[in-house]
Design a protein. Structure first.
Lengths: 238, 151
């Protein structure tokens, strides 16, 4: 059983410690730890600390995040060019969903499911395929239009990482082994962090409190079970 | 209906495939975010020989917020109150999304080995633990025998 620890530490070099998957748009915090871009967004808004070492994340970090471009990522992008692309509406245009969310949306859509739930930057969103809208589950007033289109449809970038100025692309097409550091300015917060009036309101603590208060209550009153929430694990594992 | 984030699926699979010695965590058949947990009392602690049932719930914004964990089996411990609520920093302000179900349960098991009466949740227990540790340990052994064995 002790060998497990070894395999854990080896895995953690490849996987993001927050989502436990391969780093998607690897992003490096000032302390040096690397996570997916969307995972960094999640922790930057919620705990505001690095998930590995608890070093504070500067409030301005997301204005100028350090993205590590790798060849793997390049391959990832090429793959997604062959499939349909999902977009969500931002202030002055559309953003592509990140590659991983895109494939989840695509498989739910192709399976004929009415909607798809995504965990984006630490928050659950429901994407309804009938109305083609994305709604934050904890706040139904946070609503955005979504669309399914060809990858060529004009967009501002991927998941809040602005790429239409091609700066990032140039770096990513380099064949160097070591990751390049790219400073990509983020024009607009993705996923409901700023609303369309431009008011930035994050309030993670309040939202969080609201979200879990019923759970806390449930714990105090002995039983936590919510029988209506059922989903086979195997089914999810595709 | 709520889809299960891949992280939860991965953690659940690993808990099944590579279980932590002395700890079992099995998701409920009706709610994949709710786990039935059994922790064995650590050796050389007053809880040795006991099997302690807990419940663990992953809130919607897990892993951004901590799992909710509670002892179901009665336990005599200065950091666990009579409702089974646990005083443990990583379940509160020291939570990090890099922690997992398994690390949380290991921390709880470690808390059984190292009670901390200076940060009490059960005041009467903590008080006795400070003024008369041997009697407190006797109580803890008695409760373990009475509530955490043969059930």
């Amino acid at each position: 059983m002790n060998e497990n620890d070894d395999s854990n530490s080896r895995k953690s070099e490849l996987d993001c410690a927050v989502c436990l998957q391969k780093c998607n748009h690897p992003t490096q915090l000032p302390c040096g730890h690397v996570f997916c871009f969307l995972c960094v967004k999640g922790i930057a808004f919620q705990s505001k600390k690095c998930a590995m070492c608890r070093a504070d994340i500067p409030p301005t970090y997301l204005d100028n995040p350090i993205l590590l471009g790798t060849k793997d990522e390049q391959d990832n992008i090429n793959t997604t060019l062959e499939v349909n692309q999902w977009f969500y509406e931002g202030r002055n245009g559309w953003w592509k969903y990140d590659e991983r969310s895109n494939s989840e949306l695509e498989s739910a859509f192709n399976a004929g499911e009415p909607d798809c739930t995504l965990l984006l930057a630490g928050t659950l969103y429901n994407i309804d395929f009938q109305s083609m809208t994305q709604v934050r589950r904890s706040d139904q007033t946070r609503r955005r239009r979504v669309r399914r289109d060809t990858p060529m449809f004009p967009s501002k970038g991927i998941a809040g990482i602005k790429t239409d100025d091609s700066t990032a692309r140039q770096v990513k097409s380099d064949d160097e082994e070591s990751p390049d550091v790219v400073h990509v300015p983020i024009e607009e917060e993705i996923i409901e962090i700023s609303d369309d009036e431009g008011n930035v309101h994050i309030e993670p603590d309040i939202t969080l409190q609201d979200d879990v208060s019923h759970v806390t209550e449930a714990i105090r009153s002995v039983s936590l079970e919510e029988p209506n929430v059922s989903r086979s694990l195997n089914r999810e594992d595709t | 209906m709520a889809a299960l984030p891949r992280r939860i699926i991965k953690e659940t699979q690993r808990l099944m495939q590579e279980p932590v010695p002395g700890i079992s965590a099995v998701p409920s058949e009706t709610n994949a975010r709710y786990f039935h947990v059994i922790v064995t009392g650590p050796e050389d602690s007053p809880f040795e020989g006991g099997l302690f049932k807990l419940e663990l719930f992953l809130p919607e914004d897990y892993p951004m917020s901590a799992p909710k964990v509670r002892f179901i089996t009665k336990i005599y411990h200065p950091n666990i109150d009579r409702l089974g609520r646990i005083c443990l920093d990583i379940l509160k302000d020291k939570w990090s999304p890099a922690l997992q179900i398994r690390t949380v349960l290991l921390s709880i098991q470690a808390l059984l080995s190292a009670p901390n009466p200076d940060d009490p949740l059960a005041n009467d227990v903590a008080e006795l633990w400070k003024v008369n540790e041997s009697e407190a340990i006797r109580n803890a052994k008695e409760w373990t025998r009475r509530y955490a064995m043969d059930n």
